[in-house]
Design a protein around this ligand. Structure first.
Ligand SMILES: Nc1ncnc2c1ncn2[C@@H]1O[C@H](COP(=O)(O)OP(=O)(O)OP(=O)(O)O)[C@@H](O)[C@H]1O
Ligand SMILES: [Mg+2]
Length: 272
């Protein structure tokens, strides 16, 4: 469904050039959920923006549903870190925004919008304005808005990172349910190993500057998954530990000691 073929991106500016991504290749199958993790600045948002058609590649090619990406598409939904709701529009009108933008019939989608809000726990809030809702509720509205057109592809850039830990966990659980129902092909950027292990079929770990795929970790845990005590705890722990090691160590150090032992910190090299 999504194919990245040797995708690179360089940013040129007055203060020099940045190789943000270098020859990234990745196939996301129909209905698959792939999480992308990596240190800050390794090119995750750049990658997502290119798949969304908001940014051009410097090299390589990206196909969605077999066609090269040439700009934003109506069957591809985007969710960002901040909900980006229009403050003067009601909750319902925010959810219906893509319907207007793409010139679809509003009447045909009103019922779906209300049903989505209901399942997101926002029944009765449809006439409110965004500022009357909490951050978590606003992000739920953004999630409903992204789902209104039954997208085939969902691109999500740290959608829950601005929320408190409990709301985050709750919304991640909600997203799992949505994904199991809609089977949309999903590319999900996160800093949270827990979120990646809860949600993803595979987790792509990027190296920093330039961003390359360091490793793709498979998460073989049946759904629905939970983070607390469960029968697959051993597999959850194994995936989390592997991701943690990949993120903490530098490239080329796999298997090497990840952390400097505390006893050796501050010790000067021997002088003779
Ligand atoms: N428009 C731009 N102009 C110049 N450099 C940019 C631009 N956008 C991104 N970069 C650079 O590209 C690199 C990757 O940025 P990107 O935002 O993709 O990282 P990220 O992995 O999403 O980081 P974070 O986890 O902090 O969100 C960074 O070094 C950044 O400075
Ligand atoms: Mg980012």
């Amino acid at each position: 469904m999504i194919r990245l073929d040797g995708v690179s991106r360089t940013f040129r500016g007055p203060r020099g050039t940045v190789d943000a991504l270098h020859e990234v290749s990745l196939d996301v199958r129909d209905g698959e959920f792939v999480a992308v993790v990596g240190r800050s600045g390794c090119g995750k948002s750049t990658l997502l923006r290119m798949v969304a058609g908001l940014l051009e590649t410097s090299g390589g090619r990206i196909l969605v549903g077999g066609t090269p990406v040439a700009g934003p598409r109506r069957d591809v939904a985007l969710v960002f870190q901040r909900p980006a709701l229009l403050p003067w529009r009601s909750v319902l009108d925010n959810v219906l925004l893509p319907v207007e933008m793409f010139g679809w019939k509003r009447g045909a989608y009103r019922g779906r919008a209300l049903a989505l809000l209901e399942t997101a726990g926002l029944g009765g809030f449809e006439k409110r304005l965004p500022h009357e809702l909490s951050g978590g509720m606003q992000q739920r509205v953004a999630l409903c808005r992204s789902l209104i057109g039954r997208p085939k592809v969902m691109l999500m850039d740290e959608p829950f990172s601005a929320l408190d830990a409990l709301t985050r966990e709750e919304l991640a659980g909600e997203l799992q349910r949505v994904h199991m129902e809609s089977a949309a092909t999903t590319l999900f950027v996160t800093h949270s190993i827990d979120e990646a292990v809860l949600l993803a079929d595979r987790v792509a770990v990027l190296t920093p500057r330039p961003g390359r795929i360091r490793k793709i970790v498979e998460v073989n845990i049946p759904r629905p998954r939970t983070l607390g005590r469960n029968e697959h705890q051993a597999e959850v722990a194994r995936c989390s530990a592997e991701l943690h090691e990949l993120l903490m160590s530098r490239a080329g150090e796999e298997g090497a000691e990840t952390f400097t032992p505390i006893t050796s910190l501050g010790r000067r090299p021997p002088t003779s």
